[in-house]
Structures are given as C-alpha cells and as structure tokens.
Design a protein around this ligand. Structure first.
Ligand code: SF4
Length: 514
C-alpha cells in the first residue's frame, strides 16, 4: 500500500476535477491508492455520520431547525464538507474523504437487500440536507454538472406565468414567486410532483420552484445509487478474495443494526398467557393490530405471519411456544389440527432456522416494514402509520384511548410522512412520558423500551435490556488488528447473505394463503 504525501496528491490528482463542488453524485469511483488505516478511518467516520442521520431522522422532523443544527455539528466534528465557502487544501481533503468513504461503504452495504435499503435511505437523507444547504448558484452548477440540464426560467417568462405558478405550486405566494427561481423540467423527470399536483404543467414541461427541485435530485440519486449497489454486489467475490478487506467490510456492514433482536437471550421468559396483556401495553401499533386481527379472525395471511411471528420470536417466544401459540389460534378458525401441522408448522420452524436453509431469521425493522411488501386487501401487516388510511388510523387510535389532542399530533406527523416519529409520539402518549428518549427503528426496540418504562416482568426486563449489541465497530476498528480479528469472528458467526426476501420466496413455495 502506498503512502503518497497529501500535498503531492493535491497537486497531481487527476480526480481534482471531481471535487470542484462541495457535493457530488459519486458517479466516478476513486482511483488513488490509500492506506488501510485511512480506509478504516474514512469508513468508520462515514458510518458514524450515517448513524447520526438515521437517529436524527426518527427524532426530529427532517430539515427542521434542530435537525439541521445537530447534523451541522456532526459534520464539523467528523470533518466532512460543511457550509462550504472555501476551496483550499483542507476543503479538498474533506471532499476527498466524502468521496472515498461513500465508495467504501458501498462495498460494505451492497451485500443484502436490507443493507442496501438502509444505506440508500441514509445517503438520500444526507443528500437532501446537503443539497438544501447549497446556495442557488451552486445548486444550478450541481444540476448541470450531473446532467440535470434544467434552466431557471427568465424573469419575463416568470412574470407571464405568475398567476399559474402561484395557483399550482405548493408553498408559493405572490411575494415568494418574485424571490425564487423556477426550473423548466420535462414532466417525465418529475412524476412525483405531477402525481401530487404540486407543480404547474404546460406543454410537456413542469415549472418547479427552487425548493422542490430537490425531489428530482433525490430521485435521480436514489435510482443511480440503487443500480450502482447492484453492480457493486456483482464484483464482491473479487473484493472478498482480499483477506484484509473482507472481515473489515463484513464488520462494517454489521455495525448499522444496533441491537440484534434475532439473538434470543430471553427465551421462555414470556408465557403465552401474557401475550394478550403485553399486546395492549407494550406492543407497537403494527404488532398490536396483527395480534388483534389474529385473535378476531383466528388466521393471518402470509405477510402478517412473517412480521408478527418474527416479532414474537424476538421478544422471547421459543419454537415450542410459537408452534403452540399459532396452532391454538388457527384451530379455533377454519384450519384443523392436521392441516395446521401440514401447512403451517413448517413455516414456523423455518422462521426459527429449523427447516430449509436453516437460517435464523431476524425480526423486521421499521424500515423493512414501512418500505417493503405493502399490505393489500385482507392483509393486516405493514406499519399502520404508513399504510392505514388516516381516517381508519384515527378510529384505531380513538379505540385505544389516545386523547384527541394526541391523535391530532400523530396525524400531523403522518401527514408529513414521519411515520417513526408518529409511532414514538404514540409511545409517549400511551406510556405517559414527555420524551421517549430513544430513536425508534425497530418494533422489538419499542417493546424493550416499553418494558423499561413499565418496569413489568423484572426477569424479562433485565434480559431484554441486556440484549446483545451488534458490535458497533467504532472503537474496535480504531485498533485495526483487533478489528480484523473481531470481524473474522463476526463473519463466521453470522450469515451476511441472509435475505428475508429469499425466505419469503422459500416460504411461499411451502404454503399458500388460505
Ligand atoms: Fe411498527 Fe415501526 Fe410502524 Fe411503529 S413505526 S408501527 S414499530 S413499523
């Protein structure tokens, strides 16, 4: 590994061109040699940044004052490009770090669908924050540099269309229309804005106010990144053949998950009799809804069985308890014991890694529930804050005795598409606490936090609080030898290619919804 001097790199680096702007679409991979130490440091620091983006995204409304303030400070602490007003060597180094660290995490986060989804979401949020921070001139430069050749319309054209622009554009008034630029964009590049009727459409072009152009940028970035990750995944065998990199990348990819709810430390601490009462007190709304539907209909369709079954496994049901639980409920309905044993028991054993590929499956995170497999007619899975009709959600919350004021607050958050924040608000209201004091990312985390607040089931509580942390990497990685050793253990203990969609396919083969 070479250790070229930074001054020399700055002078001759052919990629200097890439760092002309404070923000980029990461279209070109870095081509220079870097040391392993730099590789690790960059990767860990970007991971820290993305973790902060994730936590802030579920604790604050995105781009709210507090969100921006806290993210600003993380940018400064970690030395990433921040509020750029200079382009000297130190700014160059920050942009270089931004570039290289993004590509290292691509390698780590292209391995499974879950990892890709998490990475794309955090990078898109990061891009949103950084693009919004650019001044109008830099925004235009950025668009042009990235083949988004949209031009701001002239003042004359704006005046001629003024009334139409005010009437059709969200958040634009007679005063603000004067102050801001409007971009003329082919309508097919802005389908989201057209679909939600947020822009003026004329002769195949939409007129997008400056504040909304970010939607186009993010769509483009998301699509490009998703394709790039799929391509990167194909080159993984070559990367994995490098024994220095493989453990490190596996280690990094396991660092995002926080608590690992698939590791059952509290097996048997919960009895089947407790489930009804726990569902009312400590289950998040998604699981409460699934439990209620199961009790009412004595059946759940495939998506519901997966989501709820893995959650129950995560809170501590053993395989024997799970089989008993589902069996008892199903035979109360139209399924007889024989049919249950033939058609359904297999899938439950599968969830516990006792059938098929024998993978011990992980309970679904909020992101997985919110972003994949939306429920259709007759399904009860999904996230009620994301997938329920607002009127139905309101009725549900009323039936759970949430106050009218609380319901309004929750519905406002839902309207702004802040589903996890809405869920956290539901937690605060139903647990009578001012501030939930955690960033919700997982239904099982909701359960653990609820148990902490309620102080119920001391044994279960102690065990659950002790749920093992997936190694966070940051400190461990500082010592590279130790990191690699530890990563090697992690890699051999877990199966990085675990993909819940594979399981879904596998299960689909084994039993049908009836
Ligand atoms: Fe469940 Fe997460 Fe939605 Fe809450 S935000 S209801 S925990 S999926």
């Amino acid at each position: 590994m070479e250790f070229p001097s930074r001054r020399r790199k700055f002078a001759i680096n052919p990629q200097k061109e890439l760092y002309g702007l404070p923000l980029q679409f990461y279209g070109q991979p870095p081509l220079e040699n870097i040391s392993l130490t730099e590789f690790e440091t960059f990767a860990v620091e970007r991971l820290k940044l993305l973790k902060t983006v994730e936590n802030l995204g579920v604790s604050y409304v995105k781009l709210s004052e507090q969100y921006i303030k806290k993210l600003d400070s993380e940018f400064k602490n970690l030395n990433f490009p921040y509020r750029v007003d200079s382009s000297g060597p130190s700014e160059y180094e920050k942009r270089r770090k931004d570039h290289i660290s993004h590509f290292i995490l691509r390698l780590a986060y292209c391995q499974t669908e879950d990892l890709r989804r998490w990475f794309i979401q955090q990078e898109v949020d990061l891009m949103r924050y950084r693009f919004n921070d650019l001044n109008p001139k830099l925004k235009l430069e950025f668009l042009h540099k990235n083949n988004l050749q949209y031009d701001a319309i002239s003042i004359e054209e704006k005046r001629a269309l003024q009334d139409k622009l005010i009437n059709s554009s969200y958040g634009v008034s007679g005063t603000t229309v004067e102050e801001q630029d409007f971009y003329k964009v082919p309508f097919q590049d802005a389908l989201d804005l057209v679909r939600t009727r947020k822009v003026y459409l004329k002769a195949g072009y939409v007129y997008i106010p400056q504040q909304d152009i970010v939607t186009i940028v993010l769509n483009d970035f998301r699509t490009g990144l998703s394709k790039a990750l799929a391509l990167t995944a194909r080159s993984l065998p070559a990367v994995h053949s490098d024994e220095r990199l493989q453990p490190l990348l596996n280690h990094l990819s396991h660092s995002y998950l926080g608590q690992d709810y698939s590791i059952q430390k509290n097996v048997g601490k919960i009895s089947l009799e407790q489930i009804d009462s726990l569902s009312g007190k400590s289950f998040p709304l998604c699981m409460r809804q699934l439990h209620q539907s199961l009790r009412e209909n004595h059946h759940l369709r495939h998506g519901g069985r997966m989501q709820y079954g893995l959650f129950l496994k995560g809170i501590g049901l053993s395989l024997e308890q799970a089989l008993q639980f589902w069996r008892l409920e199903f035979i109360r309905g139209k399924v007889d014991a024989d049919k249950f044993d033939k058609a359904y028991a297999y899938s439950i054993r599968h969830m516990f890694g006792k059938e098929g590929k024998r993978t011990d499956y992980t309970p679904f995170s909020c992101m997985k529930v919110i972003m994949s497999n939306p429920p259709s007619q007759g399904d009860h899975h999904g996230c009620p804050f994301r997938h329920c009709d607002p009127e139905l959600l309101k009725q549900k919350l009323q039936s759970y005795k949430v106050s009218p004021n609380g319901i309004t607050q929750i519905l406002d958050l839902v309207k702004g598409m802040h589903y996890q924040l809405a869920c956290q608000k539901y937690f605060e209201l139903t647990h009578n606490v001012e501030d939930a004091n955690f960033s919700l990312s997982h239904p099982n985390q909701y359960f653990v936090e609820s148990q902490k607040v309620l102080g119920g089931g001391k044994d279960a509580k102690r065990e659950m609080v002790d749920t093992p942390q997936r190694s966070q990497g940051n400190t461990a990685l500082k010592n590279s030898a130790a990191a690699r050793e530890k990563a090697a253990v992690t890699a051999s203990d877990t199966n990085p290619s675990q993909d819940l969609d594979e399981m879904a396919e596998d299960l689909d083969l084994n039993f049908q919804d009836t």
